[in-house]
Design a protein around this ligand. Structure first.
Ligand SMILES: [Zn+2]
Length: 183
């Protein structure tokens, strides 16, 4: 009887682990499911658990050359967990949006782990304990957290395409986004 009970608990634990990915909500989007599916896949691969709340927002008219950005707030002390807002440039092809999402999810992980810390109201960051002042003076591709996000984000995006080749195929939405794409 005891043995049965233990194995039952064990199964419960396994199931909990399997569903303990980040809580993800998508706003302002014409195909919520697709973005959410990608985000959940990336959250799972990155090991982001349910203490992480991610809102993904698609936005038009973001500054030229900006594909996306990630804002982070640690509300763990007041029971709010890790709060992440990912903004994706809506005026890009769908494939670029999804690739950018993978990149931004890596930044979410960097913030949640405390590897990347942004000083409030400034352009000063720290990365793995090293202080980086006025990061606009450092070329985007020279920033160590961007190097990691480019490499790992690219790998995550490729992994999704390999695992779900049909879901990752270009859609009609890609074509309609192209016509209004003015970069
Ligand atoms: Zn980045």
């Amino acid at each position: 009887m005891n043995i049965l009970l233990i194995s039952f608990l064990f199964v419960l634990c396994i199931q909990n682990t399997a569903v303990a990915h980040a809580i993800i909500r998508v706003k302002n989007d014409y195909s919520v499911d697709e973005l959410e599916q990608h985000a959940l896949f990336y959250a799972d691969k990155l090991g982001l658990d349910s203490s992480v709340n991610i809102i993904i927002s698609l936005k038009s008219n973001v500054s030229k050359g900006i594909r996306g950005y990630t804002q982070y707030n640690n509300a763990s002390d007041i029971g709010g967990g890790h709060q992440v807002l990912i903004t994706i440039n809506q005026d890009m092809k769908r494939s670029e949006q999804l690739h950018t999402l993978a990149h931004e999810m890596v930044h979410a992980k960097q913030f949640v782990e405390g590897k990347l810390v942004k000083e409030n109201g400034s352009a000063n960051y720290s990365w793995k304990g090293w202080y980086y002042k006025k990061i606009y003076k450092i070329a985007h591709h020279e920033r160590p957290w961007e190097k990691e996000a480019h490499q790992l984000g690219g790998r995550l995006y490729m992994a999704f395409k390999q695992q779900f080749p049909l879901l990752a195929m270009p859609r009609g939405s890609d074509l309609s986004a192209d016509s209004s794409y003015n970069d």
